[in-house]
Design a protein around this ligand. Structure first.
Ligand code: UDX
Length: 438
């Protein structure tokens, strides 16, 4: 099939490459011409395991091309995917849908009536129907629109796109869905379930799934607060409740909480949308989910202060700064916020991360970037594990023992083996646990 993908951020780039891997002919559209040049040269503008190789393969097989204009789009594509971002509006809770409306407006100007428009961006419920009206004002006909949310996770984005748990399609007419199902036929043949829904339900699937995941994480982090106050162990608690099949163990990892470009802004946008719909009470609990999550960051600052006394001039090394491992994304990163709060208290904070230092340096945050792990931890008064990269999970505590001045580590992600760190002479502190250090 001939496909266009509009917006080449995380979602759009991954989707474009995934579609090329399925054998379609893909044109990627992105207004940022430097991004277009990078992608044409086979260079990903962000870190995502396996995606750059797949991009280069797609380029060399001639299945993908990139451009910054819509001019020949109508002739060149039968399905147009809208994949632009919907960031949180600065100073507000709501999602900014202006990029979606701008992309749809530009597309409507060149759209053929027979073409299918597919929204993949995460939008407030009701956006798709509003888009139909806006596009019709430009094109003069009712566009064939489907909403097809994407559930990819950073770090496993391509695999999630190629082998999703489900394909969700929302539209006003089951006939519109046929072309889209044809596009995904190879995946459908592998047994991936397809849910055909109305537009509003399809829009809601994405935000409500993210709200549920965020709630699960905040639930276990609320239990961590109870564990801290009562002497219990939230990690063992998560293990025990997670073995109940009705609960399940995924998304019950307690620690410094969730961050990234999706979960935090999606729950806030969802709260704002519920308010607009006059049902704010229905999502009042999500405000608490957000608050529990944000409190976890301050908990680490509190633990560091308890350990070091005055933070001023203390050398603190943050291991990992991206919001999750296998990503260089710093958006709403809990580790970054903790590092900045410690810096604001006068701490001298050095940051190590396998891939995110370049993005950190662009922020001019004053945090010290150090690419060499031994140098980063040398002379530290305190180490904090902020992102559970494999490099840190597999650290040999004996091997790092001679480097820092004081052997204390806060395991913000609860991934270190407490016994082996203690045997190597470390004091180990972790949120949600009451570890006895001798
Ligand atoms: C999320 C959704 O999982 C994905 O389906 C959606 O398309 C986009 O948003 P992503 O933001 O890539 O994906 O990361 P995810 O793996 O969901 O983790 C989000 C945050 O939660 C990370 O900061 C992670 O460290 C944290 N997390 C996750 C926990 O703190 N505990 C857990 O048990 C799981």
């Amino acid at each position: 099939m001939k496909i266009s993908v509009i917006g080449l951020g995380y979602l759009g780039t991954t989707h474009a490459v995934a579609m090329a891997q399925l054998g379609h002919n893909v044109i990627g559209i992105e207004p940022d011409s430097s991004r277009v040049q990078a992608l044409k040269a086979g260079n990903l503008p962000f870190f995502e395991p396996g995606l750059e190789d797949a991009l280069r393969q797609a380029i060399s097989s001639g299945k993908i091309s990139f451009q910054s204009h819509h001019d020949d789009l109508s002739a060149a594509s039968d399905i147009h995917f809208i994949c632009v971002g919907t960031p949180q509006i600065s100073g507000q809770q709501s999602a900014d849908t202006s990029y979606v409306f701008a992309a749809a407006g530009q597309l409507a100007a060149v759209l053929k009536p027979s073409s299918l428009v597919v929204g993949k961006s995460t939008v407030p419920v009701g956006t798709a129907r509003h888009l139909i009206t806006k596009m019709q004002e430009v094109s003069g006909f009712v566009p064939r629109l489907c909403w097809n949310p994407e559930f990819l996770r950073e770090g496993t984005a391509l695999a999630d796109s190629m082998l999703p748990d489900r394909i969700v399609i929302g539209s006003d007419d089951p006939e519109y869905n046929q072309a889209l199902k044809g596009c995904y036929q190879t995946m459908i043949d592998q047994g991936i379930p397809v849910l055909e829904l109305d537009l509003e339900t399809a829009e809601l699937v994405k935000v409500s799934a993210n709200a549920f995941l965020a709630t699960k994480i905040s639930f276990i982090n609320a239990m961590a607060e109870i564990a801290e106050a009562s002497g219990a162990d939230a990690v063992r608690l998560a293990e025990a409740i997670g073995l109940d099949n009705r609960i399940g163990k995924s998304f019950l990892r307690t620690g410094i909480g969730f961050g990234g470009g999706c979960l935090p802004k999606d729950i806030r946008g969802f709260i704002a949308r519920a308010d607009e719909l006059g049902v704010g009470d229905s999502l009042a609990f999500l405000k608490e989910v957000d608050q529990i999550n944000l409190r976890r960051r301050q908990r680490i600052v509190w633990l560091a202060t308890e350990e070091l006394g005055d933070i001023k001039n203390k050398k603190i090394t943050m291991l990992g700064i991206s919001f999750k491992p296998d990503s260089d994304d710093l958006r709403d990163s809990p580790a970054l916020e903790i590092a900045l709060r410690l810096q604001a208290l006068g701490g001298v904070v050095t940051v190590h991360d396998p891939v995110a230092l370049e993005n950190l340096d662009k922020k001019s945050s004053g945090l010290i970037s150090e690419a060499d792990l031994s140098t980063a931890v040398k002379d530290a008064d305190l180490m904090i594990l902020g992102t559970e990269w494999a490099d840190y999970k597999n650290l040999d505590p004996e091997a790092v023992s001679s480097l820092p001045r004081i052997k204390t580590i806060i395991d913000g992600r609860n991934v270190l083996n407490v016994d082996s760190w203690q045997i190597a002479g470390w004091r180990i502190i972790a949120p949600g646990r009451n570890i006895v250090n001798v």
